[in-house]
Structure formats: structure tokens, C-alpha cells
Ligand binder design. Structure first.
Ligand SMILES: Nc1ncnc2c1ncn2[C@@H]1O[C@H](COP(=O)(O)OP(=O)(O)O)[C@@H](O)[C@H]1O
Ligand SMILES: O=P(O)(O)OC[C@H]1O[C@](O)(COP(=O)(O)O)[C@@H](O)[C@@H]1O
Length: 315
């Protein structure tokens, strides 16, 4: 079973617009609402792959009820922790050439009691979970060490942990030895405090996160593909796509692919890359199902020049 934790879930509203004119009233040509939040997306993709999944999250107000309703309609089991604040809505505006502008709302401030209720729920549900995927930003009210505490409790319950977060909450959680962390290029650069210009820079940065406690690092590098750095070595996979429709949730889809394929090793990396490539070809934050995947070539970094420049370097 894949348990997911999304401390700051959202309703993801996507508007297709002719052009993003600042200061104008924009008329959408199409719109959609998806259940949102990084752990929520991992659950959606895992469920689509036929895996048992339970999505734990705080839920508040009408938006929280709407989110639970959308997930229920997708057949996803939700363990909602009631909170007094209102679940947020995140907005994406997509232009015809695929350019996407996103506004992520702050979300509710959780009280100390709500924070503890969320930790307790995860601790209880972690018993019997193969993986606990802890994903996304922390809402106001949760300290940067919150994920560290969550990783410790889920480990005590016997589950393996995948962590997808950034900044101080990522750094603080490394000491609890998460089984895999999934930074994107920007988050990886931020974690080591250095620019990433080549594939080799990304490998070095991932090795540094391992030295700080992560057992494995699955680094997603946008159009450049993905790296897996674990105790056995460093591996690289990529799958160029003809046209990107929406990259929202591509990292979440990748992490889901990695976990449904076992969560370790080169086969899991290849599945992660296939999920990322499929996700960017779907609208909004729609998650791929197995039928959307195409086979992906994965090579080890021994075969890939470490000096190869990233097409999207992080300055
Ligand atoms: N422009 C792109 N072309 C091909 N694949 C992409 C593109 N953008 C993202 N992907 C795939 O989706 C994965 C996750 O995207 P990325 O932007 O790195 O993560 P995140 O969504 O977490 O920021 C990438 O590693 C890659 O496999
Ligand atoms: O928790 P955060 O970092 O604010 O991100 C939440 C957003 O992330 C998503 O899961 C998408 O992920 P990406 O932004 O990594 O593509 C959305 O569904 C959601 O709106």
C-alpha cells in the first residue's frame, strides 16, 4: 500500500487562455478543476496503476469538501484530518504555446493541535504501508522540522519513506534518513547552495544529499530527464517528448512511477521517467495511467558524459 501525505493540498484550477495580458480581463477558452497537491497526485497515479493507496491530508471548508469529493469520484481513499482553515485553490493559466503561469495559494494556517492530529494519523496509517510518500510545501503553522518528525514516526511504524519537499524542511528531514528524496533541479541546487550546469553537477549534488542522510536521491531535471543516485551508483534516464502540454504534476507522476515500480533501482528509474514523459503530454495535472506510458531507455551515468550541459541549467 502506498500512503501519501499532503500537508497543504489544493483544488487545482486550470484556465486555458489566448494570451497572458497583464492588467486585462482574460476570458478562458476552457477550464478544469483537478484534485491537487503533490501527495494527492502520487495517490491518483498509484490508483490509476491499480495500487492500493490512502491519501492523508488536512481538509477544511467547502474547498476541502470539494477536494474530498473529487478524490472520492476517482476512487481514491482519503483520510482527511479536519482543520478550521479553508483548503486552498491553486491557479494555472495555460497559453496556446504551452506556456504556463501558476499561482500557488498559501493555504490555511494549522494550529498545534491540527499539526499533531496529522502526525498521529500518519503514524497510525503507516502500519501496513509499504511506502509513505510525504509531499509538497508545509502550510503555515508547521515548523520546518515537521517532515523530520513525520519520517521518524513512519519509520518507527516500519514503512519506507519517499520525501518530495524543498528548502529547510528537506534539509531538516535528511537526518532521519528518508529512503528516497525527489528534488527537482532547482530544489537540488538550493539544497547544496550551488548552481547546476552539467549532469555531473547534479550527480555531485545528489551525492551530497546522500552524505547528509538520504538513502537514495531521485532528481528530476525537467526536459533533461532524471537521475537516480543510490548506494549502488548513479543512473540516468530521459525520454524526449514532441510537445509539452502541461508540466504541472510531472514530478509527482515521476515519483508515483518510481514507487509503483518498487521504489529502488534502475527499473524504478525507467518507470519514473516514463511517467514524467507521459504526464507532460496530458492536460492540467492529469496523472498518467499505464496505457499512457511508452518504453524508455535508461543508461547508467558511466555511459552518459558527466560534462553534458543541462538544457535547463540552474544559475
Ligand atoms: N519539457 C519536458 N520534456 C520531457 N520530459 C519532461 C519535460 N518536463 C518534465 N519532464 C519529465 O517530467 C519529470 C518531472 O519534471 P520536473 O520539472 O523535473 O519536476 P517537478 O514537476 O517536480 O518540478 C522530468 O524529470 C521528466 O522526466
Ligand atoms: O505544495 P506546493 O509546493 O505548493 O505545490 C502544490 C502544487 O503542486 C502540484 O502537486 C504540482 O506539482 P509541481 O508544481 O511540482 O508540478 C499541484 O497539484 C499543486 O497545485
Amino acid at each position: 500500500m502506498i500512503l501519501t501525505v499532503t500537508p497543504n493540498p489544493s483544488l487545482d484550477r486550470t484556465y486555458e487562455i489566448p494570451a497572458l495580458d497583464r492588467g486585462a480581463v482574460l476570458r478562458a477558452t476552457a477550464d478544469r478543476i483537478d484534485p491537487g497537491g503533490k501527495g494527492v497526485n502520487v495517490s491518483r497515479a498509484a490508483a490509476a496503476a491499480g495500487h492500493r493507496t490512502l491519501a492523508v491530508m488536512p481538509l477544511g471548508g467547502p474547498a476541502g469538501a470539494a477536494l474530498a469529493g473529487l478524490l472520492g469520484a476517482e476512487g481514491i481513499e482519503v483520510a482527511g484530518v479536519p482543520v478550521a482553515g479553508q483548503t486552498r485553490s491553486n491557479i494555472s493559466a495555460v497559453e496556446p504555446d504551452g506556456t504556463l503561469t501558476k499561482i500557488n495559494a498559501t493555504g490555511p494556517e494549522l494550529t498545534a493541535a491540527e499539526s499533531e492530529a496529522l502526525l498521529t494519523a500518519v503514524g497510525e496509517y503507516s502500519e501496513g504501508a509499504d511506502w509513505v510518500a510525504c509531499c509538497g510545501s508545509l502550510p503555515r503553522g508547521l515548523p520546518p522540522e515537521w517532515y523530520a518528525e513525520l519520517v521518524a514516526r513512519a519509520h518507527r511504524a516500519g514503512a519506507r519513506i519517499a520525501l518530495d519537499t524543498s528548502g529547510p524542511s528537506l534539509t531538516a528531514a535528511l537526518r532521519e534518513r528518508p529512503d528516497v528524496v525527489k528534488p527537482n533541479a532547482e530544489e537540488l541546487a538550493q539544497a547544496v547552495g550551488r548552481p547546476l550546469v552539467t549532469l555531473g553537477d547534479a550527480v555531485k549534488a545528489a551525492e551530497e544529499l546522500r552524505a547528509s542522510g538520504a538513502r537514495a536521491v531521485l532528481a528530476s531535471l525537467g526536459a533533461d530527464g532524471q537521475l537516480l543516485v543510490d548506494g549502488d551508483g548513479a543512473y540516468f534516464g530521459s525520454a524526449p517528448v514532441a510537445a509539452v502540454r502541461s508540466n504541472v504534476g510531472a514530478g509527482d507522476a515521476s515519483l508515483a512511477g518510481f514507487l509503483v515500480a518498487g521504489g529502488t533501482g534502475v527499473r524504478a528509474l525507467a518507470t519514473a521517467v516514463a511517467y514524467g514523459a507521459a504526464a507532460v503530454q496530458l492536460p492540467g495535472s492529469l496523472m498518467p495511467a499505464p496505457a499512457d506510458l511508452v518504453p524508455t531507455a535508461v543508461t547508467t551515468t558511466d555511459d552518459v558524459p558527466l560534462a553534458r550541459p543541462l538544457t535547463e541549467p540552474v544559475p
